[in-house]
Write a protein that binds this ligand. Structure first.
Ligand SMILES: [Zn+2]
Length: 320
């Protein structure tokens, strides 16, 4: 209880006066600055939501981090450690998302039987074409090992690089099969209905996440998730995990996917996610950059606070 009153004191310092209504405290919303107190803060659930602009978050610390001073942040974190977790309901995500989770049907995906890893020392002569293709795309031996990249020299996926996706239990849940032999179908991936986080086993949700279009982009970008042609809505597991973990996001979709990028950014901002936009202009995609080029562009990425500026930028480039 002491923690609660100390926390509300910090919030009052940051957001100004408030009033209580049932379990919630209502503050002025720093995001839309509505003239009435419409930001509902629930200390027991550690959540907030603005009834006007839908600014919301799963952790009150987000409010403090975004709008508070350094000393307020430090003070809050001290109290955070004393937080009584027994009060927190089991699935915060369900509450904040306001919807029941979709039933996930178990679906087994196996790597093609012909899959041969390319990290092996002893490789068949047929692997040279595959290795050359990867080299030419700037993929290193280290990447091959880390991403468990392989290839097929016969069968349905003949002449294709195989990049497997592992779920959090370390099981293969998907793979991407990219031709290295010039087949006119560039990608031939296994059919699946499951929405998944590609290679979630290797995603660190506590670090910043880069969203990219394809797997080859993700290899260059580090802690990255490829969207693989799908959009990103509140229903996507990628989106939900980002909100849950309050991970800062770097957007690095292809230069020609500006509309999609703006839509995703808008959606993320309404959930209080910190979003940065990486300039990918001059390259077809991140996969065409060297890691050094990508990292220097990531350093220069702009923090986005609203999408109006982005839209204006887009219109001016359209006008030339
Ligand atoms: Zn608001």
């Amino acid at each position: 209880l002491l923690v609660k009153s100390e926390k509300i004191k910090i919030l009052k310092e940051i957001l100004g006066s408030y009033y209580n209504s049932g379990e919630e405290s209502l503050f002025y919303c720093p995001s839309c600055k509505h003239h009435k107190k419409k930001l509902s803060v629930n200390l027991s659930l550690d959540m907030f939501k603005c009834w006007i602009c839908d600014y919301r978050g799963k952790s009150l610390y987000h409010l403090v981090r975004r709008w508070g001073s350094f000393s307020q942040k430090t003070k809050w974190q001290e109290f955070e450690n004393e937080h009584d977790m027994s009060e927190v309901p089991r699935s915060l995500k369900d509450i904040i998302m306001g919807k029941e989770q979709e039933e996930e049907q178990e679906e087994n995906i196996n790597l093609p039987t012909e899959y041969a890893p390319l990290a092996n020392r002893k490789r068949k002569p047929t692997s040279f074409a595959a290795i050359n293709y990867l080299k030419q795309r700037g993929i290193t031996q280290e990447d091959i090992l880390r991403w468990k990249i392989g290839y097929c020299d016969t069968g349905e996926y003949e002449g294709r690089i195989i990049i497997p996706s592992f779920n959090t239990e370390g099981l293969v849940d998907f793979f991407v099969a990219r031709t290295y032999s010039g087949d006119w179908i560039k990608y031939k991936n296994p059919p699946t209905n499951k929405k998944l986080v590609f290679n979630e086993l290797f995603v660190d949700w506590h670090e910043d996440i880069t969203l990219v279009e394809g797997v080859f982009d993700a290899i260059k970008a580090g802690n990255a998730i490829p969207l693989l042609g799908s959009t990103l809505t509140e229903k996507s597991p990628v989106f939900q995990k980002i909100v849950e973990n309050d991970s800062p996001v770097y957007m690095a979709l292809d230069a020609d996917a500006e509309k999609k990028t703006i839509k995703i950014i808008k959606n993320m901002l309404s959930y209080g996610i910190e979003v940065f936009k990486i300039d990918v202009s001059g390259f077809e995609d991140v996969g065409c950059m060297t890691k050094e080029e990508f990292n220097s562009r990531k350093q220069k990425a702009k923090l986005i606070s609203n999408t109006t500026g982005l839209l204006r930028e887009k219109i001016s480039t359209l006008r030339g």
